[in-house]
Write a protein that binds this ligand. Structure first.
Ligand code: IPM
Ligand code: MN
Length: 351
């Protein structure tokens, strides 16, 4: 198969972790006889520095015409404490999500048997956790009307959802649930928010199309608690943009390291694959960042292109590296650790 993959390394540790995913994908391509043509493009602070904006048109062109987008991370500390900054790297991410129509963000949380002790949570609570948070990504309070009063002392952001936006996300949730344990949880705040009541109404109306799926409805505050108390109670969860942002950071604690969890952002034409961690500027350029979340994101990419064997080969080699102790310092517990690039080399060689 011939694949055109847009490569957006971004900022901080982005380029380092992306390099390892490229090594792994190239090894997969030669093993399974595919031809990958990588199309690098600028994004984030790197793009602001080069062309003055975080998601340039040229990058959008490259992404729109690719079969998939592999993305590192964006964000730079020089913008974080400067509320007056006119352009920010994160705006690039939001613009990209919107322009590419990446409406569904798939964020799985699972545990690795060899790393079960890395989580701050009790082993018996988390062992065997396997859930997916499906976060709506192009609507809600991230994209609703916002502003300031004239005297600038009042600010507002609005959480707006249309029935169609909810239906399209929920449809994906139902379909995923059908392929898994047939359990779907709609996470909202319907006891307070009108937009959440529309979520509930919409999902309830769809239940009859999927009679085999058992649907539950829970409030987001209660889920925040139960997610770390009983993560195994959940399978597929659907939720609004902001709720999903918060819950997926929380869920990453279950697996033990932010450096492990992959994600995909699904659009109608092209989808994007990225680690859930950020740009981790403190580690940038040091060759110490954990590349596994990005490598596992590449596995999701292959899976979505119906290349299941390729995806499995990546997951298997990642498990093998963990079992063999070929890990970066975040997982080494003071024992022997390997550089980011060494982990990538090992993975590529062992595919
Ligand atoms: C994420 C990030 C982004 C978000 C930021 C960087 C805009 O936290 O992908 O979860 O809030 O969506
Ligand atoms: Mn986030």
């Amino acid at each position: 198969m011939k694949l055109n993959i847009a490569l957006l390394a971004g900022d901080g540790i982005g380029p380092e972790v992306i390099d390892q995913a490229v090594k792994v994908c190239d090894a997969i391509a030669s093993k399974f006889d595919h031809e990958i043509s990588w199309k690098p493009a600028l994004t984030g602070a790197a793009a602001i520095d080069a062309v003055g904006e975080p998601y340039p048109d040229e990058t959008h062109e490259i992404c729109s015409s690719a079969d998939a987008v592999l993305f590192g991370a964006i964000g730079h500390p020089r913008f974080d404490n400067d509320p007056s900054a006119k352009v920010r790297p994160e705006q690039g991410l939001l613009k990209m999500r919107q322009k590419l129509g990446l409406f569904a963000n798939v964020r799985p949380t699972f545990t690795f048997p060899s790393l079960i002790d890395k989580s701050p949570l009790k082993k018996e609570r988390i062992e065997g956790t396997d859930l997916i948070i499906l976060r709506e990504l192009t609507g809600g309070v991230y994209f609703g009307e916002r502003g300031r009063s004239q005297d600038s002392d009042t600010a507002f952001d609005t959480m707006t959802y249309t029935r169609a936006e909810i239906q399209r996300l929920a449809k994906k949730g139902f379909e995923m649930a059908m392929k898994r344990s047939k359990k779907l949880c709609c996470v909202d705040k319907a006891n307070v928010l009108e937009s959440s009541r529309l979520w509930r109404e919409t999902v309830q109306a769809m239940e009859k199309e999927y009679p085999q799926v058992e649907v539950s409805y829970e409030f987001v505050d209660a889920v925040a608690m139960r997610l770390v108390q009983w993560p195994k109670a959940y399978d597929v969860m659907i939720t609004a943009n902001l709720f999903g942002d918060i819950l997926t950071d929380e869920a990453s604690v279950i697996s033990g390291s932010m450096g492990l969890m992959p994600s995909s952002s699904v659009g109608s034409n092209v989808s994007l694959y990225e680690p859930i961690h950020g740009s981790y500027p403190q580690a940038a350029g040091k060759d110490i960042a954990n590349p596994l979340a990005t490598v596992l994101s590449a596995a999701m990419l292959f899976e979505d292109l119906d290349l299941a064997e390729e995806a499995l080969a990546i997951r298997n080699v990642v498990n093998a590296s963990l079992a063999a102790g070929i890990v970066t310092e975040d997982l080494a517990e003071g024992g022997k650790s390997y550089k980011t690039s060494e982990v990538g080399d090992w993975l590529a060689q062992n595919i």
